[in-house]
Design a protein around this ligand. Structure first.
Ligand code: ZN
Length: 410
């Protein structure tokens, strides 16, 4: 895509449209109440929460993209001055309230920006999420995947949030006489707090600004700002420390719970809370762990991957681990998936055929096959690719030779 068209979570470039994945501070750096560079696209929930973070922002700049629907946006090519259209779909990123991924399609091909995301592979809704993502891609090649690589390292392995939430409840239940403080950010971990509230039939204290967000999210009956009503308090992460817990324990017995992927994963070499008898680190993460990232990439098979995180000490360029899943391998995978779908389907009707230059090899292969094998191979040799019936061998050679990107279906 040409520069000067769109920016995702970047606010200082001169672009024609800006896209916000979610409201965490590391994705809004450069955005302010007075920012007015252009239209800002976000999810409906992010738009609702937006004034909490940027109180006097010009809300006429906000453009809501409902999750799961395609939108077409008109742009002007910065180089040629000619009009061009970009299609965009917002997909739930399962990271924090309002968070979305953006899938873009246009003359440039197909690009997916995950923003921060959690791609859980167990629990309810997994198959639906997979199906929605593949449906959004249809049979197109994903040219570039801009990936949340926060925990893109095999040493980061943690359970689903459902499992981790049960662990948190168990810890609280096993300390019935203790006060409890839980470290959270200004947005996120709501599902964890709701789970605790419902399981233990208890309200949770939050600070006033956080209560306002809970009101906007519709969760207000589970939260309070009155300390006398509960022994469980959700506190800002920056205020959570060994020193704070030790000070609290001079007043009342108190335990602290840090829900996070990072300290837990580095437990053996540098968990900052390992020396505290009061602090429990629970692997509740709103980012994908390594195996989930792998599953996500195997599902999409992009041509190219770019990590969106480069400053963290734990992240590694995703190409280091997943380069073998990229490039022309992607196209081969899609062809194979298509073949599996086509097995048993009558292939006698062909709209068009690109003659294979490798007909001889194909014939030799057929001759060495069994009758059943020949029947199967005839199916394999003809692939309905983007509506055109193409010789499989010829197509693979084309893809491998020049890295040609096939034309869009639309
Ligand atoms: Zn985030």
């Amino acid at each position: 895509m040409e520069s000067g068209m769109i920016s995702v979570d970047k606010w200082s470039y001169g672009s024609q449209a800006y896209f916000l994945t979610h409201l965490h501070a590391d994705h809004t750096a450069g955005l302010s109440s007075t920012w007015n560079r252009g239209p800002l696209f976000c999810s409906r929930l992010t738009a609702k929460l937006f004034p909490c973070k940027f109180p006097s922002f010009n809300l006429f700049l906000l453009r809501v993209l409902d999750i799961g629907s395609w939108f077409s946006l008109s742009f002007t090519s910065p180089s040629s001055g000619s009009p061009t259209t970009i299609y965009v779909k917002a997909i739930d990123a399962q990271h924090c309230p309002g968070s979305v991924m953006y899938l873009f399609r246009g003359d440039f091909g197909c690009m997916l920006f995950t923003g921060d995301f959690r791609w859980e592979v167990t629990g309810s809704g997994v198959e639906n999420r997979r199906a929605m993502l593949l449906d959004a891609l249809k049979n197109e090649t994903l040219d570039t995947l801009h990936l949340d690589n926060t925990y893109c390292n095999p040493k980061y392995s943690f359970p689903s949030r459902e499992v981790a939430a049960r662990e948190v409840v168990d810890i609280i239940s096993s300390h019935p006489k203790h006060d409890v403080v839980i470290a959270i950010d200004s947005l996120g971990k709501e599902d964890l707090l709701l789970h605790i509230s419902r399981e233990l039939d208890i309200k949770i204290w939050v600070w006033p600004e956080r209560l306002q967000i809970m009101h906007l999210l519709g969760f207000h009956e589970h939260f309070t700002t009155q300390t006398s009503l509960t022994r469980v308090r959700a506190v800002p992460r920056y205020s959570f420390s060994i020193e704070t817990l030790e000070a609290l324990n001079t007043i009342r017995p108190t335990i602290g719970i840090m829900p996070s992927g990072l300290p837990w994963a580095t437990e053996q070499n540098g968990n900052p809370f390992s020396s505290s008898e009061y602090i429990f680190v629970v692997p509740y993460s709103d980012h994908s762990c390594f195996s989930e990232i792998q599953e996500f990439i195997e599902l999409l098979r992009p041509i190219k991957i770019k990590g969106i995180v480069s400053s963290s000490s734990c992240c590694i360029d995703p190409c280091y681990y997943f380069d073998h899943l990229c490039g022309t391998q992607q196209a081969i995978w899609r062809i194979q998936a298509k073949i599996e779908n086509d097995e048993g389907v009558d292939t006698s009707v062909e709209a068009a055929e690109i003659k294979s230059s490798a007909a001889k090899e194909t014939k030799e292969e057929e001759e060495s096959s069994t009758v059943v094998g020949r029947k199967r191979r005839r199916i394999l040799d003809q692939v309905d690719f983007f509506g055109i019936r193409v010789s499989r061998v010829s197509l693979l050679r084309r893809l491998c030779r020049g890295g040609v990107r096939l034309a869009d279906t639309e």
